[in-house]
Write a protein that binds this ligand. Sequence first.
Ligand SMILES: Cc1cc2nc3c(=O)[nH]c(=O)nc-3n(C[C@H](O)[C@H](O)[C@H](O)COP(=O)(O)OP(=O)(O)OC[C@H]3O[C@@H](n4cnc5c(N)ncnc54)[C@H](O)[C@@H]3O)c2cc1C
Length: 384
Amino acid sequence: MREAIRADLPKDMAARQKAFSGNQSEAEDSLKWMGILEKRGWSVPHWPVEHGGTGWSPMQLHIFNEECANAWAPDSCWGATMMCGPVIYEFGSQEQKDRFLPAFRRGDYYLSQGFSEPGNGSDLARLRTAARREGDKYIVNGQKIWTSVAYAAEWGFFLVRTNPDVKPQAGISFLMIKLDSPGVTIRRIPQLNGEADLCEVFLDSVEVPAENLIGEEGMGWTYAKYLLDHERTTSSFIFFNKREMARAKEIARTETRHGKPLIEDPVIHARLMHLEAEVMALEWSVMRELCREEFKYNSTAAASTLKIAGSRLQQTINEFQVDMIGVRAMRKFPFEVADRTEAPLWPDYTENATPRALVMRAATIYGGTLQIQKGIISKLAFDL
Ligand SMILES: Cc1cc2nc3c(=O)[nH]c(=O)nc-3n(C[C@H](O)[C@H](O)[C@H](O)COP(=O)(O)OP(=O)(O)OC[C@H]3O[C@@H](n4cnc5c(N)ncnc54)[C@H](O)[C@@H]3O)c2cc1C
């Protein structure tokens, strides 16, 4: 598997991923990578076999994902493969399965998740974007925010309110909306790391064919919970943490102070060892979950614990890298000017180190904030 991934992965794609400073890979690279993996039947390995999955065990999947990360492969198109795809194969009609699933598998287009709204992020059940049924279409009005990569996406899967007169959770539906529809306006939000991946999406009397409703009207909340459980269980960031730990060690061995490698500094060495122990503990905890016979994408207290531990570690390791690199970590290298054919002036780990550490601030926010995860743990583990 390692050999196959490294043979298939284009070198320029791996280089972009290594230097990347956003919170997810370039959409174009993710789509191309999906197409490459599809040829081996590996683009949606975790899906059921009848929908194009591999039938691998959770541990085999884990190994595959780790090998992809270590080779610096781009992310898969997570909106399609981790979130919307599973909702469609679980709850969609046959026509919807035929229409969307092969396209998701091939990486035909990018998909965004339109859930959060201004004022309704953690408290998603109170979302206000309204979809009114008129004959064979819905008329959608409202606003979404923090919609990752919406500017490069062809489709979005949205949570919308179809019934304002029932309890909040019961009035929500799951709608596929084409983002070039008349009435959709997308505005990119400048971010601290210098990127603008996150978007505001304005929906102004957008006409959406009723056939784009996934499953039943009013069942959107149930589908969203199913989908967010997928996101949470995969949010330990273990592959990322292991890879970034390796980069931290490379920095400690290469950078010098007073003529000596940093790794010989007792304070640096102690920090490195401490982080290494935390990464190993996280890996063992992930393994334990994977080996549990009943492993399923369920919202367990363990999944929330892994999300908290993994997201905090990501932040700490990246900040540690910046500390070690020092002032050169401040430089941001745009891809366009980085001439990779010549020997680089500075080691490649300096590239975008600070923007990368800054974007990690978001790891304890997306996929359910740190505080929300703690709430889940207190409820599920301690019945509070
Ligand atoms: C990089 C990034 C990418 C994202 N991508 C997407 C995307 O593609 N699609 C999408 O729909 N959304 C996306 N989001 C939005 C994300 O899901 C929300 O930011 C998140 O759910 C928090 O909601 P909020 O921002 O409205 O904060 P709020 O819910 O307003 O929370 C503000 C603060 O209050 C705390 N808080 C809120 N409620 C409670 C509570 N009950 N108990 C204790 N503390 C509480 C929170 O922990 C947080 O610290 C993204 C966010 C980020 C940062």
